[in-house]
Write a protein that binds this ligand. Structure first.
Ligand SMILES: [Zn+2]
Ligand SMILES: [Zn+2]
Length: 385
């Protein structure tokens, strides 16, 4: 295994740089999907395109009959400018691979090559290249396009690079890995009026202020202190003059939790506290939610163990940790609502060298490509023993 992966590294690093130069934001991954499909075709791997927008699935058959396993990489970049000066920096203004999805695709392409050359498994490996992870729920788009019916995997695995963990170290969580999240927008409304005559109108700015403090009490009082929950009001727009009571205040924010029932509780509290805040300040309120909250990423025990077994087979025995979850999200959780699976982190090295996720000086660390290729490949082999 070592030789095939080692030999492929210069080619894989070149691919990673090519992908980094051509970032495409969520649901616009046209160039990226052609690039990936061409690489799979060169390896002789059949590829099904258009599975949920620019999503695609490569299929590698093993040496005998057996079940299916899915390996997933995300494809999209972020809508931001890159501030790096190296040769492979983004060539596209307003788009940047600042989350390392260029590296994730490269590692899955490396695993595709290794698995198709060796075929030391029985059954089928489905290589799932997923668009629109950062926005628009690409995992759900692929599920809606019949992913699981067309490519019947028994379980699914993925990974994400993780800054400030030493390069190449592997983290596999027991249970929750990343939070589920929902978004809300509130619009408090009143007739508005003279700042000195508040009794003649409701006050949307006052209502919004009650909401901001009230919702933090929901996190502190309604949620079991042993559970994780966070609500952030990221935007509060209202009013325009010192001496005028505004007609409107608009708030937007996110609520997150590591369990679906906590998300449901937070969503209900957002609604109740918005209504109460509106009553306190004599306003109306319009409450909007972005569809359903995205589910949390929660590893199933058997699949977490498969990934750990795979990590223990890697050359050099990289350190293997049990992780502490983060309140950041990943729509991999949508797959886990239907299939057992696990999501690992691979250390990307210190952030003073490679930056942090979603920052303009971030770069995926090429030194971890080999570990990622080996971890994904060994995970497929362990799942299809
Ligand atoms: Zn991201
Ligand atoms: Zn990401």
């Amino acid at each position: 295994m070592t030789d095939i992966v080692e030999d492929a590294l210069p080619r894989l690093i070149a691919m990673r740089h090519d992908l980094h130069r051509h970032p495409e934001i969520s649901r616009e991954e046209a160039w990226t999907s052609v690039f990936v499909a061409e690489r799979l075709t060169e390896m002789g791997i059949p590829v099904h395109t258009g599975v949920g927008g620019y999503g695609m699935v490569g299929v590698v058959e093993g040496s005998g009959e057996g079940p299916g396993v899915a390996l997933r990489a995300d494809m999209d970049a972020l809508a931001m400018d890159e501030h790096n000066s190296f040769d492979h920096r983004s060539q596209i203004p307003g788009a940047m691979h600042a989350c390392g999805h260029d590296g994730h695709m490269t590692m899955l392409l490396g695993a595709a090559s290794y698995l198709s050359l060796t075929r030391r498994f029985r059954g089928t490996v489905y290589l799932v290249f997923q668009p629109a992870e950062e926005r628009y729920g690409g995992a759900q788009l692929m599920l809606d396009a019949g992913l699981l019916e067309r490519f019947p995997a028994r379980n699914i695995f993925g990974l994400h690079n993780w800054p400030d963990v030493p390069a190449g170290e592997v983290i596999v969580h027991d249970g929750p890995v990343m939070a589920g999240a929902g978004e809300f927008t509130l619009k408090f409304k009143a007739p508005g009026g003279h700042a000195a005559m508040p009794h003649m109108t409701g006050d949307p700015v006052l209502a919004g202020s009650h909401f901001v403090t009230g919702i933090q009490q929901a996190v502190g009082r309604a949620v079991n202190p042993l559970e994780a929950a966070v609500v952030t009001v990221g935007s509060f727009q209202g009013g325009f003059a010192q001496n005028v009571i505004s007609r409107e205040a608009t708030l937007a924010g996110t609520f997150r939790g590591l369990r679906s029932d906590i998300l449901a509780l937070l969503k209900a509290r957002v609604e109740e506290i918005a209504q109460s805040a509106a009553r306190i300040a004599s306003t109306e309120v319009e409450i909007g939610f972005d569809d359903l909250p995205s589910p949390p990423v929660v590893n199933t025990p058997a699949e977490a163990e498969i990934m750990r077994r795979a990590a223990r087979t890697l050359p050099g025995s990289p350190a293997l940790h049990i992780g502490v979850p983060t309140m950041a999200g990943d729509d991999f959780g949508a797959f886990l609502e239907h299939l057992p699976g696990a999501y690992a982190w691979i250390g990307n090295g210190p952030s003073d060298r490679n930056g942090r996720l979603h920052q303009p000086d971030y770069d995926f660390n090429d030194a971890i490509i080999g570990t990622g290729v080996r971890l994904l490949s060994a995970t497929a082999e362990q799942a299809l023993l």
